[in-house]
Design a protein around this ligand. Structure first.
Ligand SMILES: [Zn+2]
Ligand SMILES: [Zn+2]
Length: 394
């Protein structure tokens, strides 16, 4: 992984490969001046002959920008705003001109996610008003909506089956089937203990990845139809984005801790076991502290209950004193295992199935350009970094 570009131009919010939308400072300069130095703008940065990126054209926006989606085939740039509007621009071939073509009054409040689906000519979006909506990008007309249980940060679409995946702050993933002007609920998934922060759909293997503020990623095997859900644990903070490199079958996850993890998805992983419940340690039979009767009978002080991550058995601290990584169960970090499981795990099984990289900033937004193998990260430090991922994603 090689750093190609490091730039610190703005307090940017979100980006395509070279689109940067800027939000005004929370304090300070006058926000009412539409052309003031600190008003919300969208700016196009072009790579010059010198190899440096320089700002080219820009457009002042009536409200701060909250998200964007760029379609290179049509050079269509859709931008979501804090006031609930989606503004759609077309960029000229040389990227030196941007023309506002349409505005959708999509939400009552901030637009959280936008997804443009060229095949359907649909603009899908989620908002802080807890709604998922979709519009026809040809007519500009609203086609329908669905109320989610919370604001949604994850939005993915499967063109073949017209299923939309919406992951929300409550931790739920809702799957809807979209028709031209109606939608129906297919199912909901709930596996995270925190809100869903990112979704990634692989239409070839038909698996959905969900990332969460609980630091974990879950791989939902939808195509397999067996309801398998594999956990991936490799971050120390909330997941900020998930991207998939189809040609190499690698998942790239970025965390708020600045970690970039590249997961080898060719590896056959197993589901984590259900945690068993027991009144006493399933290894040494010592009672756990809530088992008053047995404690009284045996005149012993109860122990704290722990769980072995490999076999799921309820065990005491003494019988689970060792730690191990279990990459084939998605645990890239060391976790608690019971003593007998610790003995059974071979060194081969401990070999990592992911590589770990440090972006050295707290990642807020990410864009992965799969054709070039470039990853763009923007951080809380207001810095944009462009990474060449080809040494690791290959
Ligand atoms: Zn024990
Ligand atoms: Zn065990």
């Amino acid at each position: 992984m090689r750093l190609l570009l490091r730039n610190a131009p703005f307090n940017l919010y979100t980006c395509g490969v070279f689109f940067f939308a800027r939000r005004p400072q929370e304090r300070g300069t006058d926000r009412t001046d539409p052309y003031g130095a600190d008003s919300p703008t969208v700016r196009v940065w072009l790579k010059r002959d010198s190899g440096q990126y320089w700002p080219s054209i820009y457009h002042a926006m009536p409200s701060p920008c909250s998200c964007m989606s760029f379609n290179p085939e049509t050079r269509r740039l859709s931008i979501g705003l804090d006031n609930g509007t989606i503004s759609e621009f077309i960029l000229s071939e040389d990227y030196n001109k941007m023309t506002l073509v349409k505005s959708y009054q999509a939400h009552q409040s901030r637009v959280i996610m936008i997804l443009f689906v060229l095949e359907m000519e649909w603009v899908l979006s989620t908002g802080q008003d807890k709604h998922f909506t979709w519009h026809c990008s040809e007519s500009g007309q609203r086609l329908g909506g669905y109320r989610t249980s919370a604001g949604a940060c994850g939005l993915q679409f499967d063109v073949e089956t017209r299923h939309v995946f919406v992951g929300d702050h409550s931790g739920q993933v809702t799957i809807l089937k979209l028709e031209q002007e109606s939608c129906s609920l297919v199912t909901t998934f709930k596996g995270h203990t925190g809100g869903v922060t990112a979704l990634c759909w692989d239409p070839i293997q038909r698996v959905l990845f969900s990332g969460s503020s609980d630091h974990s990623i879950i791989m939902w095997d939808i195509g397999g139809r067996k309801g398998t859900a594999i956990e991936l644990q490799g971050h120390n903070d909330k997941i900020q984005s998930l991207s998939y490199a189809h040609h190499t079958r690698q998942l790239i996850s970025c965390g708020a801790d600045g970690g970039i993890v590249v997961w080898n998805m060719d590896v056959e992983r197993q589901e984590t076991p259900e945690w068993l419940d027991s009144d006493s340690c399933q290894k040494c039979d010592q009672p756990f502290f809530w088992n008053f009767k047995q404690m009284w009978d045996s005149k012993k002080i109860g122990l704290r209950q722990h769980h072995c991550r490999k076999c799921g058995k309820a065990v005491c601290g003494k019988c689970s004193s060792k730690r191990s990584s279990i990459p084939l169960m998605g645990f890239e970090f060391e976790v608690r295992v019971c003593d007998s499981c610790h003995e059974s795990i071979t060194d081969e099984e401990r070999a990592p199935t992911a590589t770990f990289h440090d972006s050295k900033h707290n990642i807020v937004h990410v864009h992965f350009d799969a054709t070039r193998g470039w990853l763009l990260t923007s951080g809380t430090d207001k810095v944009i970094k462009l990474w060449d991922m080809t040494p690791v994603v290959s």
